[in-house]
Design a protein around this ligand. Sequence first.
Ligand code: ADP
Length: 651
Amino acid sequence: MSSETKSKPKKTKTGTPPSETRSFQAEVKQLLNLMIHSLYSNKEIFLRELISNASDACDKLRFASLTDNSLLEDDEALSIWISIDSEKRAIIVRDNGIGMDYDEVVRDIGTIARSGTRAFIEKMETENSSGDADFIGQFGVGFYSCFLVGKQVTLLTRKAGTPPKSGIMWSSDGTGEYTISPIDRPSRGTEIIINLKEEDFEYAEEYRIRNIIEKYSDHVSIPILMPKEPDPATEQAEEEKPEPKQDKGKEWETVNKGSALWTRPKSEISEEEYNSFYSSLTYDSAPPALTIHNRVEGKTDYISLFFVPSNAPFDLWDREQRHGIKLYVRRIFISDDAKTLMPNYLRFVRGLVDCADLPLNVSREFLQQNRDIGKIRQASVKRVLGELKKLSESDQESYNKFWKEFGKSLKEGVVEDHENRQSIAELARFATTKSEGESQAVSLDQYVDRMPMSQKHIYYLTAESLSAASSSPHLEIFEKNGIEVLLLSEPIDEWFVSHVTEFRDKALKSIARGDLDLEDLKKKEDGKKTEKEQTAEDAVVQKIREALDDNVKDVRLSNRLVDSPSCLIADDMDMGGNMERLLKAMGQNAPTAKPILEINPDHALVKRIDPESKDFEDWARLLFDQALLAEGGTLDHPGDFVKRVNRLLAS
Ligand code: ADP
């Protein structure tokens, strides 16, 4: 609910709701405050928001009228009219779209239940961001942005298909209360009148409004009309007329191009035009990283225009985010349901598909089951992946930037999209023991190309962070042998390696799991041990096994450690510590498998351990706890650990 009622809304005897004053919900006030402070340098976006609402309202009506033609009430040319009352310093935005009834006005006008607005509030509160206008511009802040420039805002509306007496007037000065009352309203749709604040009188100029429309809303497909600019000759003639010009008699002209850009041939569209279309679609002022425009002729004819943004939007990880690919049928907007045309892992792709052969009155269920739509989706995914592949080959720097922004999301594809798993694996980039710093820039192809002849597997290590991975004891033998290891530190990587189990006939193999097949590594040059030494080592292992019986599946001598005394290994069929911790953090019930403790018999610490000494158990536990900490695990009893270390240090 967007408001609290001061007096309970009772219907009157005639069934019309009463006039009443209501107060805003606390969050609305908070939103208004934040908006006024953070958007003061970018106030003009209020017009973009109103035009976008008006255009949505027209789309909704057009769609509804496909099944109920009477809704159009002989007023079929859906449009948006914008005019200025220069005497009252007011801007008037009117549409003949679907309109709203009483309950919808109360419920929808300025609700802050939408994810974009919530994200806006959170962002503003955490960052105290005052001026990054481009960034803020990405949030659709909605109807309430009128109060950036308006001292009083009045909304008049009537829902399509309802009688004239069911019009509604809503009015507020944006400080805490609004009034709502029934009115007679012959024309369908919504009209918003903004009385400007004195400091914002500049918006009462036609040229200013025309500029803003051109900047933000040129591509809106509904015609935006403004009063025709008077021709100087007729103006002079009119000045001689005694009576003032009447609004009704105004001549209107369309001020937006509104052309369906995508229907024009590629060769005739300039990069600027594509970029400005992209920006009007997404409110993103940075040009897209990729523009993919195709006309497909065949069994189903359609046009697709997709963009891959340069930067990840703020809501990439918001599950409720709702930007889907827009679906048009012969230039009529049908739906932008998020999952119809792109799978979730490609949710960052923006754009549209315009299809020639679908019926116009399609339902959501129809779209989900329709075979043609399925085929378009399949081809679109392939096209986007193909273009990304081309980019990765032609411009590595841009590709690496893309990967940094969207790699995590794309990697989800190996789980979600079985059919394209191979192409997605080819697109993936990783940090490795041979790459620089944090960057993920090594492809599996590159890795395989530079494997020594004798190496059979693609080795990887998963850990909670890159620094935990790169300092892991598991790497020691690989570093000694100069063998590259993929360092995987994002949660999705665990899923990636469980779905991409081989690449170019080489199995992906965790270096923290199972036995190391060291055929492809030079065995550790540990020299020949005497039988006596061997027996002593075996005895230590056996005693540690007994001491740690509750915590480990097994204890064994390691052939992978060089500088560290111990490490933990997952058994071949077990899940591994990192995956287990991830699942637990996600609140899932992960089966707890005991790890295997490997110890390095050549390490000074291990050599010093005397199986007969009284603090043997402390030593054994220390080897285990150290190994757990080194792989990013947490101790069940940290206090005991500290006491144990202190005891050992003191002795
Ligand atoms: P958003 O448009 O992002 O949902 P707004 O605050 O701008 O958020 O608008 C809230 C809701 O009010 C809209 O979703 C729509 O249902 C309704 N609304 C706003 N403007 C209009 C309009 N011109 N015609 C019909 N409904 C509208």
